[in-house]
Design a protein around this ligand. Structure first.
Ligand code: IPE
Ligand code: IPE
Ligand code: MG
Length: 242
């Protein structure tokens, strides 16, 4: 048995075949409240940390990363908070094209948020297409909305009978493999409408840390934990099939 605690992290990623990691970046508001700051300050700190974590995942060789930035339900929040999140997003998009080697994809329905957001997200996707690492930003995203949207696309094509492959191929994540590991920060143990279809066999990892405090060492911890798990996909472990 190889020692997962001492093996270099890039090797752990490779050996465990961790191709897609997804983050539910939760806890920005509580992080701010704990410091007597407005919730918006938590989103600012969270956005800065998001850049660090995404770059780190690329550095350790994870091909695809998905982050939950804004759910279809988050629009229920006070207008000033929603607008602060959109401002952070737009300022990130301004600089994101220079993020080396990353192909951006916005999953969800960003264009419904505003004409400006729709245009800029599309422009970033166009300019970064074909780059080797993939970053999916879930924006105005809901797992249920995604499945309904896939079914409606298939109906519009005239399909009479729908298969699992049909649905998978019409999700916003399209060519990305399903997430191997879904990490949620901020203590809650729920999925909050994230990647419902794709996470059927994902491994889940919950961290008590609020997102702005979540560090690259914490990523290592989650990745090593993932590598030590036995994914059976409904079958049996190799040594039990003899
Ligand atoms: C996650 O942090 C970011 C978004 C949902 C946009 P929250 O804002 O949900 O932070 P908490 O859960 O209230 O602490
Ligand atoms: C999930 O966090 C959405 C994002 C991280 C963008 P929420 O804070 O919206 O989830 P709930 O309301 O606690 O389930
Ligand atoms: Mg939250």
């Amino acid at each position: 048995m190889t020692d997962l605690t001492t093996m270099p992290i890039t090797e752990v990623v490779e050996k465990s075949e961790l191709k897609h990691i997804a983050f539910i970046m939760d806890g920005n508001g509580r992080w701010a409240r704990q410091r007597n700051l407005p919730r918006e300050a938590g989103h600012t700190a969270g956005a800065a940390n998001f850049k660090t974590i995404v770059r780190y995942c690329k550095r350790i060789g994870i091909q695809c990363c998905t982050v939950y930035a804004f759910s279809t339900e988050n629009i229920r929040r006070p207008r000033h908070e929603v607008e602060a999140i959109f401002r952070l997003l737009l300022s990130y998009i301004e600089e994101a094209g220079s993020e080396k080697d990353i192909e951006f994809r916005f999953i969800g329905n960003p264009a419904a948020l505003s004409e400006n957001i729709g245009r800029r997200t599309k422009a970033l996707e166009d300019v970064t297409r074909g780059r080797p690492y993939r970053l999916n930003i879930a924006l105005n995203y809901g797992g249920r909305d995604e499945i309904v949207n896939a079914v409606n696309t298939l109906l519009a094509e005239g399909k009479q009978k729908i298969t699992e492959d049909d649905i998978s191929a019409n999700l916003y994540t399209d060519t990305c493999p399903d997430p191997d590991l879904v990490v949620r920060t901020g203590k809650e143990m729920r999925i909050s409408n994230f990647l419902l279809w794709q996470s059927a066999y994902a491994e889940f990892y919950f961290s008590d840390k609020m997102w702005p405090d979540y560090s690259t060492d914490d990523v290592d911890e989650a990745v090593r934990d993932f590598a030590g798990r036995s994914r059976r996909w409904g079958g049996l472990d190799k040594d039990e099939t003899k």
